[in-house]
Write a protein that binds this ligand. Structure first.
Ligand code: ADP
Ligand code: MG
Length: 688
């Protein structure tokens, strides 16, 4: 039976069900997968070193002949071990090699037979003359140069699993490479020429068995480009599909916009102006906006949303605003009401009385222009909205794709409302093109005037007194404080215990201060009342687990202690810190690491050096990589095989080329293979 790229692995000679099962762990189920499972790294065994010139501590390759073979059965603990001692000689000397348990090898090691061994060189501890040694080196008998697979070349090292060694994979890949001849080139010639990309067959082949370092580099560049190209193409196609849908155009006149801006008690920052202009331009179109407003906590995103909401309402359309928690929804509804008035704002929460919910739903079905602020509850009711032109999602990363779709579809899907998402988790520009590849991004990169950057200090465990005194001073001056309790991973119970202990400690330190406690297992009504009491000033100090991140706006809170600071991620620490410094009063953040050692954590140092969320995000990315920071490891972006999400120049190039091709052929009709790959990708993306 002739093997094809699409054949299952069990069609390959001597691969049975057991091997197939082991292979499936590596994602190899079909012949094609062998060729697309690229090496993790390479061992350069291409240079042959004369035995006399071997250097202990280095990986080297020797070509020689079998001089003597001795095999000895012995014990290692209770396990029987076969030790095979082999002397290998070349013109310059003798190398002592030991293999273990490779019983079949003994019969193959006839005296005088020529072989390569490659591996770590050690000093031989036996009797003089002094020799070098290798333990369990890679072995391969001498064949023609083209036939050498494991040694005497740049040798691929694959991801391995129990029962699947790199040696096995090399052997299979080498045998299967000729099948590549049927693989069609799918990248148009002009893209390859413009970007100096080698052909796909050549690239795959050389990525496994490169003839030289230069060949490997060229091959990898092509493969990386492809991976990024399809990622970008998929995003651009999604974007294009969005533009083929219709939305309610809301042309907003300049005088109206000016009125809406003037309704706020402050002047906008330049960044807010800019973002608002972009939003207005999108709203005027009959294609749905999908814009992400990125900005640090307190940069004034909600203010932008408020002006847009006002303008849309006054144009006669409805606005839906989705918030991740009841606290945030309430806070937002309050600030909307201040500017827009009672009449036009409604709040829909899980806890809202059914009769009130029904009234809101009825109003949404009517032609009335209304702003409804809600939580997930909004999506669970059978809401039908007439004339909804704008849907807003706050803290968008807390919602899934499905929820975003559901929100947009509350109005029946046609026309679609424009979508404005907001996030206070800044993503570095390097990543944004990939992660937000299909949407438009506006950035608020400046804070409103008068903000005092939060002063951040690391406090040594044996020197907390000055910080505590400072807090006491601030509390007595009428300010409020947050204390974040240490993170206890994987145990809510312990985390609550630690929060309670922290609260008790604070009671001792500040006996005459009103202290509140907030943790994840409280009823949401309890949480709300604590939060509200803190916001109203009835509580002066709030001890909380990490749930406070969800964000409340209490400008009078000017001090924060973060206990066990080294346990939190950089971005999370930054989010906490965003709870203070929200007014014009100077604010202070004290990081309390658990030990003097952990005080030296680089993360904490970074936090003291900047208050810019983008800088923090960049540094976090550099420290931990995109998988860790943004959870990309599990997402469609994380399973890149060869490319890096941080290779900005290549990402830009790939996006440019994808855009160019799509412009030339919007349906990709002339590029069926590209189209198919992109469709598969987007199908996956939809289910994530
Ligand atoms: P975000 O949603 O980005 O966290 P908000 O819109 O809630 O930020 O703004 C944070 C605080 O700053 C609010 O109290 C808001 O009234 C105020 N604010 C927003 N924009 C400005 C501005 N341009 N000038 C002064 N204060 C502002
Ligand atoms: Mg906000």
């Amino acid at each position: 039976m002739a093997l094809k790229l699409s054949s299952p692995v069990t069609d390959i000679h001597r691969i049975g069900p057991a091997k197939a099962k082991a292979l499936s762990i590596l994602g190899i189920t079909h012949v094609r997968d062998f060729l697309y499972t690229f090496p993790r790294r390479y061992d350069d065994f291409s240079v042959i070193t004369p035995i006399a010139q071997l250097v202990p501590g280095q990986k080297m390759t020797v070509r020689g002949r079998v001089k003597t073979v001795k095999s000895v059965w012995g014990f290692q603990g209770r396990r029987r071990v076969l030790r095979i001692f082999v002397e290998i000689e070349d013109a310059t000397g003798v190398l002592q090699v030991t293999w273990y348990n490779l019983r079949f090898l003994v019969g193959q090691l006839q005296q005088g037979r020529e072989l390569y061994v490659a591996g770590m060189v050690e000093e031989h501890t036996g009797r003089p003359p002094k020799k070098c040694a290798m333990r369990s080196p890679v072995i391969e008998f001498v064949q023609t140069e083209a036939e050498q697979t494991h040694t005497a070349r740049i040798t691929p090292v694959y991801p391995e699993t129990h029962g699947v060694s790199s040696r096995f994979l090399r052997y299979q890949v080498k045998n299967l490479l000729p099948l590549l001849q049927v693989l069609p080139e799918y990248l148009p010639a002009n893209i390859r020429q413009r970007n100096q990309l080698v052909g796909i067959q050549e690239a795959i082949s050389a990525a496994h068995f490169p003839a030289s370092g230069a060949e490997l580099t060229t091959a990898q560049r092509r493969l990386r480009f492809d991976e990024l190209f399809f990622l970008q193409m998929a995003a651009l196609v999604r974007r294009q599909q969005r533009f083929s849908q219709t939305a309610l155009p809301v042309p907003i006149t300049l005088p109206l916009l000016k009125e809406c801006i003037a309704a706020l008690p402050f002047a906008l920052t330049a960044a807010q102006h800019h973002a608002l202009t972009e939003v207005m331009a999108d709203l005027a179109l009959n294609q749905p906006m999908n814009r992400l407003l990125q900005g640090d906590v307190g940069s004034g995103k909600s203010a932008v949303a408020l002006i847009a909401t006002n303008a849309v309402l006054r144009s006669g359309f409805t606005v839906l605003y989705l918030a991740p928690t009841e606290i945030l929804a309430r806070q937002q509804a309050d600030s909307f009401t201040t500017i827009l008035g009672q009449q036009q704002v409604a709040l829909l929460l899980g806890a809202t009385k059914q009769s009130a919910k029904d009234r809101i739903k009825q109003r949404l079905r009517s032609p009335e222009a209304l702003c409804v602020v809600g939580t997930h509850a909004l999506l669970q009711e059978d809401v039908k909205v007439q004339g909804c032109a704008l849907a807003i999602i706050d803290e968008q990363h807390r919602f899934g794709v499905a929820q975003r779709h559901a929100l947009q579809n509350l109005s029946g899907g046609r026309p679609l409302p424009h979508l404005l998402s907001m996030t206070a988790t800044p993503i570095p520009r390097t990543l944004s093109l990939t992660v937000y590849g299909d949407l438009d991004v506006s950035i608020l990169d400046e804070l409103p005037p008068g903000r005092q950057p939060v002063q951040t200090e690391i406090v040594m465990p044996d020197n907390r007194e000055p910080a505590i005194l400072h807090i006491l001073q601030e509390l007595h001056a009428g300010r409020q404080a947050y204390v974040i309790a240490p993170l206890v991973e994987q145990s809510d119970r312990l985390e609550i215990k630690s929060a309670k202990e922290t609260a008790a400690e604070m009671h001792q330190l500040f006996p005459d201060i009103a202290i509140g406690l907030l943790h994840g297992q409280m009823q949401s009504s309890e949480k709300e009342s604590v939060t509200r009491n803190f916001a109203a000033g009835a509580l002066q100090l709030l001890v909380s687990t990490s749930i406070v991140e969800v964000g409340i706006n209490v400008p009078n809170a000017t001090i924060m202690i973060i206990e066990g600071a080294e346990r939190f991620g950089l971005s999370q620490l930054h989010q906490f810190r965003g709870r203070i410094g929200r007014g014009t009063i100077p604010s202070y953040c004290y990081l309390f690491p658990t030990t003097a050692d952990s005080a030296r954590s680089e993360r904490l140092q970074i936090l003291t050096s900047t208050t810019d969320g983008f800088v923090v995000a960049e540094k976090d990315l550099a420290l931990r990589g995109p998988g860790e920071v943004y959870g990309l490891a599990q997402s469609g972006f994380g399973n890149l095989q060869v490319a890096s999400l941080l290779d900005y120049p290549l990402i830009k190039l790939a996006r440019q080329e994808a855009a160019r091709l799509l412009k030339k052929d919007p349906t990709l009709a002339r590029y069926p293979i590209i189209r198919k790959k992109v469709e598969q990708k987007n199908l996956q993306a939809h289910f994530e």
